[in-house]
Design a protein around this ligand. Structure first.
Ligand code: ACO
Length: 378
C-alpha cells in the first residue's frame, strides 16, 4: 500500500457515501441528489430527516409516522432533566449538551446496539432529544423553568415553543425550519468524521455523538456563528463596519463566518439564509445588523474573494437566529439540533459496512536508540 500524507486529511477520501454531494467550486450542495435550494423551498425538517435516514423522500404516511415518533421521543427522562439542573448554568452550552447526551446514553437500553434497526431508533430519539435538551439549556441559562415539549407542534415550532414559552408565528417557525434543513448534513466535516471514528470501533452511539459535539464546539467549525454575531454587535453601526474589517485583516486575523475547506465560492446555504436574514430584518424593522453584515461581506469579498474566501453558512445563521430572539450562545447547540440528523445518517450508512478508522503518522522523531538509566542522563 502506498502511503500518502495530507495535513488535516485535506483531499483524502475517507469513505463512500450516498448522502450529501458538494461541489465546492460551483457552490452546489444536494442531499441524496436533491439540491439544497429545493429542499429549503419545499421540504420540512422532518422530511429532510427521513431523506437522510432512509436515502429517499417519505410518503405522506411515512412522514406522519416519523413526525409522531419524533414527538413521542421529545420528553427528557426525569433524571436527565434533574442532572441538567445541577450543572453550572453558565458553563458552555455545548459542554452542557455533550454531558447531557452522555448521560442520556445511560437510560437507553439500546445504547450499545449497532444493528440498523437500533441505530434508526436511536436516530429518532437523539434528534428529538437534542432539541429538548438545547431548549432546556437555553431556559436554564436565563434562570427560567424548563418547558415540557408540545405534543403536536412541528419539530421547529416545538423547539421555539420550548425555548420561549410561546407558540411561534408561522413565518418564524418556517425560517427556523429552513435553517435546520440547511445544516442537517454536510458530508465529512470534523464533527461527522469524529463521530464515525468513534462509531467505527463499534462502541455505543452516545460516545460517538459526544465526540461529534466536542468537535462541533470548536470555533473553526460550528463555534463560528456565535462569534459572527458577537463581531456584528461589536461593530455596532454600519458606518464602522468597513474600517473594522480592514483593521482586522491588516492584523491577519480571521473573519469568522468566511472561508471554507470545501467551498471556494459562495456557500449556497449562506445565500439562502441571507435572504431570510433580510426578510426578518425588514419584519422586525431592525435592519442595522443586516446592513452591517452587507458591508462586512463586501469588504471581505473585495479583499479575499480572489482567494476563494466567501461567506459560509455560519455568517448568516447567526443573525437569522438573533432576529428570531435566540441568544448567540445557543447558536452552536442549535447547529447540533440540526446536524444530529446527518451524524446519525452517516453512522447508519457507515456501520452497515464498517471498517475501523485507523490512519497512521509519518514518524519524525529520533532514530531508534536505547533506554538510558536515570543516573546516566545528562
Ligand atoms: N478570514 C481571513 N483569512 C482567512 C479566512 C478567514 N475567515 N479563512 C481562511 N483565511 C486565509 C488563511 O489565513 C490562509 O491564509 P495564508 O495562506 O495567507 O496563511 C488561507 O486563507 C487558507 O486558510 P486555511 O486555514 O488553510 O484554509 P482552510 O481550508 O483550512 O480553512 C476554515 C477553512 C478553517 C473554515 C477557515 O476558512 C476559517 O478559519 N474560517 C473562519 C472560521 C469559520 O467561519 N468557520 C466555520 C466554517 S463552516 C462550518 O464549519 C459550519
Amino acid at each position: 500500500m502506498t502511503e500518502k500524507f495530507s495535513r488535516g486529511l485535506e483531499g483524502v477520501i475517507a469513505a463512500e457515501s450516498a448522502l450529501t454531494y458538494i461541489d465546492g467550486q460551483k457552490g452546489i450542495l444536494a442531499y441524496v441528489g436533491i439540491p439544497i435550494e429545493e429542499l429549503a423551498e419545499h421540504a420540512t425538517f422532518e422530511e429532510t430527516v427521513f431523506l437522510l435516514l432512509h436515502q429517499r423522500l417519505p410518503t405522506r404516511s411515512e412522514l406522519q409516522k416519523l413526525s409522531e415518533e419524533l414527538a413521542d421521543q421529545r420528553p427528557l427522562p426525569a433524571p436527565v432533566a434533574a442532572i441538567l439542573k445541577v450543572l453550572p448554568r453558565q458553563a458552555s452550552p455545548m459542554s452542557l449538551l455533550r454531558t447531557a447526551i452522555s448521560v442520556l446514553g445511560h437510560f437507553d437500553p439500546q445504547a450499545d446496539d449497532t444493528s440498523p434497526q437500533a441505530l434508526q431508533a436511536k436516530a429518532i430519539k437523539l434528534i428529538a432529544q437534542m432539541a429538548t435538551l438545547t431548549a432546556a439549556i437555553g431556559r436554564l441559562r436565563q434562570n427560567q423553568e424548563t418547558i415540557p415539549p408540545h405534543p403536536t407542534l412541528s419539530h421547529s415550532a416545538n423547539f421555539l415553543y420550548m425555548l420561549t414559552g410561546k407558540e411561534p408565528a408561522d413565518f418564524a417557525a418556517r425560517v427556523f425550519d429552513v435553517a435546520l434543513i440547511l445544516q442537517a448534513d454536510h458530508e465529512f466535516p470534523a464533527s461527522t468524521f469524529a463521530s464515525l471514528v468513534v462509531a467505527s470501533t463499534l462502541t455505543d452511539t452516545y460516545s460517538a455523538i459526544s465526540a461529534a459535539l466536542g468537535a462541533l464546539k470548536g470555533p473553526l467549525h460550528g463555534g463560528a456563528s456565535e462569534q459572527v454575531v458577537q463581531m456584528i454587535l461589536e461593530i455596532g453601526e454600519p458606518a464602522k463596519a468597513e474600517q473594522y474589517i480592514k483593521e482586522k485583516l491588516a492584523r491577519h486575523e480571521r473573519i469568522m463566518g468566511f472561508g471554507h475547506r470545501v467551498y471556494k465560492t459562495y456557500d449556497p446555504r449562506a445565500r439562502i439564509l441571507k435572504k431570510y436574514s433580510q426578510k426578518l430584518a425588514e419584519q422586525t424593522k431592525d435592519t442595522r445588523l443586516f446592513e452591517i453584515e452587507q458591508i462586512v461581506e463586501k469588504t471581505v469579498i473585495d479583499a479575499l474573494g480572489s482567494r476563494g474566501i466567501f461567506p459560509n453558512v455560519d455568517f448568516y445563521s447567526g443573525t437569522v437566529c438573533y432576529y428570531l430572539g435566540i441568544e448567540p450562545a445557543l447558536l452552536t447547540p442549535i447547529f447540533a439540533v440540526s446536524r444530529i440528523a446527518g451524524w446519525m445518517a452517516h453512522m447508519i450508512e457507515y456501520v452497515a459496512d464498517n471498517r475501523l478508522f485507523r490512519p497512521t503518522t509519518r514518524y519524525v522523531g529520533p532514530p531508534l536508540g536505547h533506554y538510558i538509566p536515570i543516573d546516566k542522563r545528562a
